[in-house]
Design a protein around this ligand. Structure first.
Ligand SMILES: Cc1ncc(COP(=O)(O)O)c(C=O)c1O
Length: 375
């Protein structure tokens, strides 16, 4: 008899594991799958954390987080979007916030809607809680439209997850497009969970938010992308009082609190200007798109740091295997590329590594030709 709970049957990590196992056969593969910014944590943020440790801020904080950080989060949204946040709590990254939000709201058989392609955590967390994931096809433009959302809603629909700019496509919604989705959510009394972790990495036009568009919105944002604090595990949530209160109750019995010194440092990160990082990524986006669009069917991303070309022959897994094999024979080391499941299968690449493949602004001719050969 297995000791493993039945709910684990609802989680499948095999696709990614296969790619990682294949990449383990390569020497120094470039990992294009994981969402790690290519800049380091800012010096001022590091110094704040060191100071916090030395000043003795090493114990538990309140479950909902440091008052100063909660206030700074609300001010940040007020300054950036003209909407202060209500009921802010600090979470252990956006992942921690996602887990608490879904645990607090999803009942068995509740339907949870989100755009397909999607960030891989959504489906697995919903399913492990006994909910039903309802991915909504957004190919080929990758934008969830009010019409597609309407068509997917049933009497069991409870929650809509919006992720803009999106992992894995890099496509973001305008404020009007967000408002149009909020209107559908209002009409059908859906709860909306908005994952705005890439909101600072918006390249064309103004960044947009779901906050203030509708009352029943849970906001998640954090410091992993804007400030490269992926290992520091700090994010924030805000939204309806009863939902945030329930998330707090759950946090007491799970994460307890986000790391204390990281919370102090996050206040510094929130008050810094990160536009140079965004500008650098905009250039890489342009470069990656220019090169890939010559040979691949690819939508131009306008946010985050991903690009999602269509896998040639519509088989992402086969393409990844072939890329890794060519890499191991001395060709371009594409490394472990996370292949997302939708049809036709796409391929998520992080634009930051593109210059690293060639070492300068464009791929050297030989490198590029080897890459083309993978088709
Ligand atoms: C869309 C999205 N949401 C949430 C996360 C998790 O971020 P965190 O490090 O804050 O847990 C990621 C990380 O890649 C992401 O891409």
């Amino acid at each position: 008899m297995s000791f493993i709970a039945d709910r684990m049957d609802h989680i499948d990590a095999s696709g990614i594991r296969k790619a990682f196992a294949l990449a383990a056969t390569l020497e120094n593969p470039i990992n294009l799958s994981i969402g790690q910014p290519d800049y380091d944590v800012d010096e001022a943020v590091k110094l704040t954390a060191i100071q916090a440790i030395q000043d003795g801020h090493n114990s538990y904080t309140q479950t909902w987080g440091l008052e100063a950080l909660r206030e700074a989060c609300s001010e940040y949204y007020d300054q950036r979007f003209g909407v202060p946040l209500n009921n802010v709590m600090v979470t252990a990254g956006v992942s921690g916030g996602l887990f608490l939000a879904l645990l607090a709201t999803v009942n068995p058989d509740d339907e949870v809607l989100f755009a397909d392609p999607y960030f891989v955590m959504y489906k697995h967390l919903v399913n492990v809680l006994g909910g039903k994931s309802v991915p909504i096809d957004t190919y080929p433009h990758f934008k969830l439209t009010p019409e597609a959302l309407e068509a997917a809603i049933t009497e069991k629909s409870k929650l809509l997850i919006v992720n803009s700019p999106s992992n894995p496509t890099g496509v973001s919604l305008s404020q009007e497009e967000m408002s149009a989705l909020a209107a559908v959510a209002r009409k059908h009394n859906l709860l909306v969970l908005t994952d705005e972790i890439y909101e600072q990495l918006t390249y064309d036009g103004e960044p947009a938010t779901m906050v203030g568009q509708y009352d029943n919105v849970i906001l998640l944002n954090g410091f992993s992308k804007m400030a490269a604090m992926t290992g520091w595990r700090v994010g924030f949530a805000a939204g309806p009082e009863d939902v945030i209160q329930s998330m707090n109750t759950l946090q007491q019995y799970t994460f307890v609190c986000a790391p204390s010194m990281a919370q102090h440092a996050a206040i510094t990160a929130l008050k810094m200007d990160h536009s140079e990082k965004t500008n650098a990524y905009r250039e890489k986006r342009d470069l990656a798109y220019d090169i890939l669009s010559e040979k691949f069917v690819v939508t131009r991303p306008n946010g985050a740091f991903y690009i999602f070309p269509q896998a040639p022959n519509g088989d992402g897994e086969a393409f990844v295997s072939q890329a890794i094999k060519i890499g191991s024979r001395g060709g371009v080391e594409l490394g472990a590329v996370e292949a997302h499941v939708p049809t036709p299968e796409g391929l998520k690449l992080q634009v930051e590594h593109v210059p690293a493949l060639g070492g300068h602004r464009r791929f050297p001719r030989g490198t590029y030709q080897r890459m083309v050969r993978m088709q």
